[in-house]
Ligand binder design. Structure first.
Ligand code: SF4
Length: 326
């Protein structure tokens, strides 16, 4: 089998995430401080290894250093010194991403520091000629990382506080990791079909139309003249599918679909209990983990080979408790 285990554990090879160094508690900020994030270090750190990047230090700005900001010059965003706006660091910061391409290529995701003119992933302040800011900027280093690696799952530490975004990010990281492993082990039509089959319910929870488009790519796997090109198309579509957030409605549809596999196995009371549980999740009275646990319980007693292959029922380590909130 070419696809690694469904989830990382202390005994499997550790998945590597890039991260803005200050989030790990490294004293690299302009004032010599840091922005240590206890959730990232204490919780995610049990399952993932981190590779720290501080682009401002890497380009020689030193600690402490003058503060930077993004200004709009001739309609283009430029990262400049606040006190010395003639000093433009944009190209150097983007160049640091280029220089580290090899390290970046080995990552399964990246956590950026929000609001930073170098590391911010979105909604960073850009100042116009009058000194008025709007929040439509992207940090120069982060922008280049995302341009070079458009399929790399990226998130900001602030957004990881949102349970839906947090689960979506970790799910994308693990899928990206499995996809990279598949390519590293050798792409074959069978491996592509297996990858798709095992992720079907996850894709379905994100985007039903995209799920069908992915299926059409896979249907060509055995006959397509250029399997690499087909896999490239598949990955582009998969990135788009997973970018759309799964919602309680779309999850509930998948749960109903799963319940359908049990309709002949359960008695009337168990069926009603399962339906009610899914309905209560759909209306926000229960967290996703409750119907998932009930379904997993029934599938343990009434195994189904196709369901047993699906990552959906256990897409990430339960210890991360990513489905435990309403
Ligand atoms: S936000 Fe980025 S550039 Fe700024 S201190 Fe943190 S790692 Fe360094």
């Amino acid at each position: 089998m070419s696809i690694p285990d469904a989830e990382p554990s202390p005994t499997t090879p550790r998945i590597r995430l890039g991260i803005s160094a200050c989030l790990l508690g490294e004293p690299v900020r302009f004032d010599g401080g840091h922005k240590r994030d206890n959730y990232i270090i204490g919780t995610l750190g049990r399952f993932f290894d981190f590779e720290a990047f501080c682009p401002e230090v890497a380009i020689g700005l030193g600690i402490p250093r003058p503060t930077l900001r993004i200004e709009r010059r001739d309609s283009l965003p430029r990262v400049v010194g606040v006190r010395h706006p003639d000093q433009d660091y944009t190209d150097a910061l983007a160049g640091h991403a280029h220089a580290r391409q090899e390290r970046l290529a080995g990552l399964s995701g990246f956590i950026f520091k929000k609001d930073s003119p170098s590391c911010g992933m979105e909604r960073v302040k850009i100042y116009d000629a009058n000194g008025a800011p709007d929040k439509r900027g992207v940090g120069a280093f982060a922008a280049e990382v995302m341009r070079l690696f458009p399929h790399l799952p990226c998130e900001e530490e602030g957004r990881l506080g949102d349970p839906t975004l947090r689960e979506n990010f970790i799910e994308r990281v693990l899928i990206h990791h499995r996809w990279t492993a598949l390519l590293a082990h050798g792409l074959t039509p069978g491996a592509l079909v297996e990858f798709h089959t095992r992720h079907k319910l996850q894709f379905l929870a994100h985007n039903q139309a995209g799920y069908r488009r992915l299926g059409r790519f896979v249907a060509q796997a055995g006959s397509h003249a250029d399997l690499q090109a087909l896999a490239g198309e598949y990955q582009r579509e998969m990135t788009e599918v997973l970018r759309r957030r799964a919602t309680p409605q779309t999850h509930a549809n998948v749960l109903e679909h799963l319940a359908g596999y049990l309709k002949n196995a359960l008695d009337e009371g168990d069926r009603r209990e399962l339906q009610q549980c899914i309905a209560d999740y759909r209306t926000g009275q229960l967290p996703l983990i409750v119907p998932i646990t009930l379904l997993a319980h029934h599938f343990r007693r009434h195994p189904h080979p196709w369901i047993a292959q699906q990552y959906y029922l256990r897409p990430h380590p339960p210890e991360l408790a990513l489905r435990n909130r309403i």
